[in-house]
Design a protein around this ligand. Sequence first.
Ligand code: AMP
Length: 946
Amino acid sequence: MHESTMEQLWRTSHLAGGNFAYVEQLYETYLTDPNGIPQAWREYFDKLPKEEGLPSQDVPHSVIKEQFLKLSRRRAAAVEASPTSLVSTEHERKQVKVLQLINTYRFRGHQKAKLDPLNLMVREHVADMELEYHGLTKADLDTVFQTGSLCFGVETMTFGEIIRGLEFTYCDTVGAEYMHIVNTEEKRWVQQRLESVRSHPVYEKERRYHLLERLSAAEGLEKYLSSRYPGTKRFGLEGGESLIPLLDELIQRAGSYGAKEIVIGMAHRGRLNVLVNTLGKNPKALFDEFEGKRLLDEGSGDVKYHQGFSSNVLTPGGEVHLALAFNPSHLEIVSPVVEGSVRARQDRRDDTAGDAVVPVIMHGDAAFAGQGVVMETFQMSQTRGYGVGGTVHIIINNQVGFTTHRREDARSTEYCTDVAKMVQAPIFHVNGDDPEAVLFVTQVAMDYRNTFKKDVVIDLLCYRRRGHNEADEPSATQPLMYQCIKSLPTTRQIYAQRLINEGVITEEESARLENEYRDLLDKGDHVVKSLVKEPNKELFVDWSPYLGHQWTAKCKTGISLKTLQKLGRKMDVLPDGFVPQRQVSKILEDRKKMTQSAMPVNWGYAEVMAYATLLHEGHSIRLTGQDVGRGTFSHRHAVLHNQKDGGLHIPLQHLAEGQPVFDIYDSYLSEEAVLAFEYGYATTNPKTLVIWEAQFGDFANGAQVVIDQFITSGEHKWGRLCGLTMLLPHGYEGQGPEHSSARLERYLQLCAEHNIQVCVPTTPAQVFHMLRRQVKRPLRKPLVAMSPKSLLRHKDAVSTVEELAEGHFYTVLGEIDDHIDPKQVRRVIMCSGKVYYDLLDKRRNENIQDVAIIRIEQLYPFPEDDLEEVLSAYKKLTNIVWCQEEPMNQGAWYCSQHHMRNVLAKTHPKLYLEYAGRPGSAAPAAGYGHVHAEEQAKLVNDAFTI
Ligand code: AMP
């Protein structure tokens, strides 16, 4: 221990006389926040002896304490004789308390802040923000103290000045929560930004005028719509008008930092206002929607407050493309969709830092606190596969969720924003009726995102002037709140009056702003001044090559054998010294043989070769899901792990210099957010093959909202194409109710108007061509594929490399495995999926020659023509059966039989389609192995005899 340095420090410090508690407090602060203590002390602590293997700040506390105590006693004895010692000791004791109080303001000031424009928010008393709690009194207000780490720009101030500064910074209309951030640099950064201007920067006249102009636009639109379409649902922004200047600032500031695209997500509240006043949608187009006019030539369309929109606006950094995501009524689900869209745009631009594309997501307070997908979205924010360099979240906090107002009903957390603390996002609560405070926190939030590339939250506390919608009477459930709202001037009125009082504008100027805006609306003109009339199309993707195609569009999915084998050989090359695990080695050895046609091709090989050939042809690939690197059933091994050092090798990333990107990420354990993310990615990037794989197929039911609201209906509602592929392991292997079925029936039930494709490939060649077809056709339609489990290793589920090279995807597979003479055939069994091999086994074992087995490999769009062609070959049929493993109320039976009957009506009008399968069942499968085996044997037998 460097005693001389310490003694010197103590002697020269204002604490000379020794105060162990103070030093200990300093040391505690140093441990968590080295920049939070005076430099001299920091340098001193930095020099303390280091423990072997420990970082510099990890000197055991007990050792330090011991040293401090010794010194403290020695110094105390030395100064005891001094007549001033008592006075000085008392001052130093108070200095400690003052520093503690400063810290309390930083931690808890927001709990005292004037955040609620209605002033109805129930706040708990914060005892440790009282002077008395710290042993301080009003009598101390004139005493001068050191300001410690306060960023007030001076080293000493009177206690009264310190308190006033802290109140202004932390307890006025901005309530900042950031002390939960562990990273010291970030914490100090926020502190510095807030304290240096006491959270109240002085804005220039032009800026304030612009704020009022934006508020006039926000209020003006709602007033206009209210008078032109009284009582029509629009989920108005009234009460939350500050959102419009907030967004304006975010966009302009992001642009000035070099952003080229901003993707915006929001629910219905205030959406029309954002569309017109932020994105520059033509008001006339909005009026047409109010009048119920048709927007899409095809499809159902959607209500006006779910519509997305795109435009380009000018910022100080140049033109920025804005995209507002389409949104269903399921409030928070759009968040991961936006993140996926942002990631796709960042990937397109090679923007790994997240500078060029920025996500901005608006949330309602109730949904933000209530919906689990919010947590899932935060959880993805810093992961490799899903990170986008931080999102700016805005809560339009009108303090009432539809009719639920009481906090004890709405949530268990203090704030609706508490979930954001899980990623240590700073949270800025701000009173929406103070537009300058809103502007300030917006600037800090945008700068934080830009500096640290992490999520940040603005909690815009406002209110809802009307009911949930314009036809709703809110006083029935919130009488006191609405009494208060009725007598409250609007945000614009309050701010205009403030500017008039301060002589910034005149009453006439204020009125002129209102009138000018109304005139623009009357003319149906665009109201966003920064809107670019002739947008730079380079800023976004051209989707025209993908429009207007049918699923039958032709494409070549074969590839020359030479190329296939060349790629196969490249996949074999491992880095020097790379040692794969033993079983993986065997798989790689087998793959070598498959390339040389020395062994039949299995599923894993065909699948990775589909990727290799697509990459070779210039298509990038993104493959995610819970265990996709290896494959849940250990068939893929696209990511290899070196047994010597844990290093990774991904052969598909090493096919050629400058090859397209092959991204593969094991996802965190979510279905809802990750599937929504991939939907967002695929609807933004038509060139990449985007695949999400479920661990077991039925786990996708955790993402049912994404399937219903986006994947199967997005094109119909919003005209947005999506080429996403979902691989869903499915098959009855006796593993019980939860691991057997991918709930095929759910997808089939959602099928209409050729919205999606549902395939059940049963051979390696089929999966090869199915995956390649998904990208090679110009069509972009979601593909739902039931993928196998036991078939991954089934001796008969094999193909040849020639079948990969020369074949294509067959929607219907007729007899190919055995030599069955069509003239002999009396019975046809139709099936899909793995049961084919059980049927085949039985036929072979019993040498049955008069039964043909036909596989329907694409259940939707149902290939009636192809089936007709196959069935027509069998002229002497007496029976035709549909066989499935799933219970009767599940699988394809109910949803697809009408297609089969349509075909039969043409080929064999006298035959009745029979069913061989499990009887209807509440659970998808039996939980007991022997019950499963009996059921399986019976249904296979039935198929031959029924
Ligand atoms: P965005 O960058 O999302 O604003 O998209 C720009 C434009 O591309 C849109 O206005 C659409 O015309 C078109 N577009 C974007 N995504 C899709 C999609 N998934 N399907 C069809 N067209 C799209």
